[in-house]
Write a protein that binds this ligand. Structure first.
Ligand SMILES: [Zn+2]
Ligand SMILES: [Zn+2]
Length: 363
């Protein structure tokens, strides 16, 4: 029924009605929420969402831990589904294709960063994030994410997904995959490099898989040894529970840790000329800082932050992941399980990436 309504709306250039799960304030639990998405433009596609991953960022955003959130908020930026309608000028997709949407849905397209397909760093400040963002290209209306039955997006910001792809595993690649793939490429990791992955959750697991794919020798820093067997099965060289135990030195360290920790302890473990990329984002009130004095005495090492990756690179990551069979471990849940999933993720009890089966929305 709903889909039929959407197709009529798309054809008539009307706003697209949508149903999702939202929180209405930072301490709220998720409840059903009906809303509308902007009308289809000539370069837009309408995607029926089949799967949406739950990212730790969703929790930070829903709880206003990075900034004051825009409510009601429908999180979700790991979206995979099927194209059900296309605008007149769409060339990349046809109806029936699989498509994905990651962390952003638009940008200015004209600045140096956008021209280099680094849309997440749009110099005009017009990166439109998939949710919890005001869309300046559509009358400053709030964007709503993937915990919903559909999304309208410019084809430029949609990823092509082949028909035989396991969609439920593709969804988390669009954030967890690209976030870890991008800095490994940026630091030009190659065969034989010594790489350490700090934090062994959803992001950490993907970082390990891509580093191994690139031929690196990989070690892990994790809170405990619970995942020792999993690490060994992957081909990881060592698992440390604390930086003080480690006698190795690394060419590259990627930190996916989402809580407060001492960055400098990791910088100490870099070789001269080594690089450390930070992708994990602790809540702001934890004030995770770099000690400048220690950094100066760690001369010749580079520390940088990294935020997702551009659209072109996301497509590259997706193509490689599908070809090489590099996927996250996922647990499929229904919309009614979102609140419980948030609880588990917060308490560190989640074993795998939760992915919401959107068919559960209708039932
Ligand atoms: Zn994410
Ligand atoms: Zn731009």
């Amino acid at each position: 029924m709903l889909l039929q309504d959407n197709l009529t709306q798309a054809k008539n250039g009307e706003k697209i009605s949508a149903r999702g799960y939202a929180v209405t304030h930072k301490d709220d639990t998720f409840k059903p929420f009906d809303f509308t998405r902007h009308a289809m433009g000539e370069n837009d596609i309408l995607i029926e969402i089949l799967y949406a991953g739950i990212c730790h960022s969703d929790i930070h955003s829903a709880r206003s831990e990075w900034k004051d959130g825009i409510y009601p908020m429908v999180p979700g930026h790991e979206i995979a589904g099927r194209v059900v309608a296309i605008g007149n000028k769409v060339s990349k997709f046809k109806v029936g294709d699989y498509a994905g949407v990651g962390c952003m849905v638009n940008s200015c397209g004209e600045c140096e960063a956008c021209k280099q397909s680094q849309e997440q760093f749009c110099e005009n400040g017009k990166t439109i994030f998939t949710y919890d963002c005001l869309d300046c290209f559509h009358d400053n209306t709030p964007t709503y994410g993937g915990y919903s039955n559909n999304i309208v997006v410019s084809e430029k910001f949609a990823l092509q997904v082949p028909q035989d792809a396991p969609l439920e595993k593709v969804a988390p690649l669009l954030c967890a995959g690209i976030t870890t793939y991008s800095p490994l490429k940026f630091s030009k990791i190659k065969k034989g490099d010594k790489v350490a992955v700090a934090g062994f959750g959803g992001l950490g697991l993907m970082a390990v898989k891509y580093a191994l794919y690139l031929g690196a020798e990989v070690s892990i820093f994790a809170r405990n040894t619970l995942k020792m067997q999993e690490a060994k099965n992957l081909g990881v060289k060592a698992l440390y529970t604390d930086t003080s135990e480690c006698r190795e030195r690394f060419d590259f360290i990627i930190s996916t840790i989402p809580t407060a920790y001492d960055v400098n302890n990791y910088v100490d473990l870099l070789k001269f000329g080594g690089e450390m990329a930070i992708v994990g984002l602790p809540p702001v009130e934890l004030k995770t800082h770099i000690d400048v004095t220690r950094l100066v005495f760690s001369a010749g090492k580079k520390v940088y932050g990294s935020l997702i990756g551009g659209i072109q690179e996301t497509q590259e990551m997706l193509d490689i992941s599908l070809k090489e069979g590099i996927y996250p471990e996922v647990e499929i849940i229904g919309v009614n399980d979102i609140n419980k999933a948030y609880e588990n993720l917060t308490n560190g009890k989640a074993k795998f990436r939760y992915v919401i089966d959107m068919k559960s929305l209708e039932g």
